[in-house]
Structure formats: C-alpha cells, structure tokens
Design a protein around this ligand. Structure first.
Ligand code: FE
Length: 199
C-alpha cells in the first residue's frame, strides 16, 4: 500500500499558501517549491491514479480545493501519447513524478497561427510553470518510448471544469473543450488508521 501522507501534506500546505492571497507569480514560485518536494519521492500515488489507458492519456483528479482555487491532477501517459496544442486560462505547475515528458511551447502570431518556440524535457523531479499571458500555449508528450510517464499538475482553478481550447497550429483554428477527469473518484487522504502520520 502507498503512504498517502505526502499528498495530504501537500494539499494542506497548498491550501495555506492560497489562503495568503499572494500575487500569481509569488504564489507560483512558492507553489513550485511545494510541488518539487512532492515529486521528489515516488511512493505516495495510489496505483488507481497512475493507470494508463491504451487509447488516450488520462487525467485523474487527486484533490480540488472546496473553493475551486486550485486542483491537483495526475497525468498518465502511455508510450507515444500526447496532447494537442492547448491553453489553460489559469496558472499551472507541472511536476514530473515518473518517467520523462517533452513540453513544446508556442506563441500565437498576429495572423492567429502558432509558432513553436522550443521544446524542453522534464525529468523526474523537475517542475515547470505556465501562466496566462506569459506561456499558456503548449503541447505535452510522453518522451519515453516503452514506459508510462506520470506528472502531477496543479492549476489555479478546477481545471476539469475550465472552458478552454485546443488549436490547430497551422491555421490557428480553435476547438473549445472542458476536459473533465478520467475517474469519478479521488484518493482518500483522510484515513489516519493507515500508516498514519500526524500533520
Ligand atoms: Fe497543458
């Protein structure tokens, strides 16, 4: 059995962080440090939230703040799975828990089309950030050919309910979507009889 305590601690500390009402950049900087601690060790994510699907990548809700100020999601990528080019419209943090991802950033040109500005690889333990108006357009892929990769994302809203868009980079054509989540259950953070570690 996994020990869920690191995720419970993360949720507690992130809730305290958003309670401070910091400007977005400061919130992201401090939040990135919390996320770095969470993904440093890969021992807490229950298997049900790390399960790939053969046909598409999965996004499992791990926690949503009751006021929907932030959400925590595990993204699970089987080999060769990738997102389309998309936006978020809220700030985001990506922490690499398992495997390796490639992230390609895009800018929107005056004519509405998109140009790639570069690709980076996220290795286990790395954290990257996204912000509307700064770097909100990207495409993400599993960068390992024969293994599942898992990343933990934190967003400044209930990301599964945010109305946002994917794009055809060549034409700029926009397709509105609301992603939802891959499961209708979330991990139980609160059973303190299981290997309990008091907060
Ligand atoms: Fe994204």
């Amino acid at each position: 059995m996994t020990d869920i305590a690191p995720l419970r601690d993360f949720v507690l500390h992130f809730t305290r962080l958003v309670d401070r009402d910091l400007p977005p950049l400061a919130l992201q900087t401090e939040g990135a440090a919390l996320l770095r601690d969470l993904v440093e060790e890969d021992r807490w994510l229950p298997d049900a939230f790390a399960r790939p699907h053969p046909e598409h990548y999965c996004q499992y809700l791990l926690h949503c703040d009751p006021l929907e100020r932030f959400s925590v999601v595990s993204f699970v990528w089987a080999p060769r799975q990738k997102t389309p080019l998309h936006d978020h419209r809220v700030w985001g943090l990506i922490g690499m828990l398992r495997g390796r991802e490639s992230e390609t950033q895009f800018v929107r040109e005056a004519d509405g089309t998109f140009s790639a500005t570069g690709s980076t690889f996220l290795e286990q333990g790395d954290v990257a950030s996204l912000a509307p108006g700064v770097n909100d357009y990207h495409q993400v892929a599993n960068a390992i050919e024969d293994r599942t990769s898992v990343s933990i994302h934190v967003y400044g809203g209930n990301i599964g309910g945010v109305r946002r868009a994917s794009y055809d980079p060549a034409t700029g054509q926009e397709k509105v979507f609301i992603s939802g989540y891959s499961s209708d259950v979330v991990p139980n953070l609160w059973d303190r009889s299981l290997n309990a570690k008091a907060i």
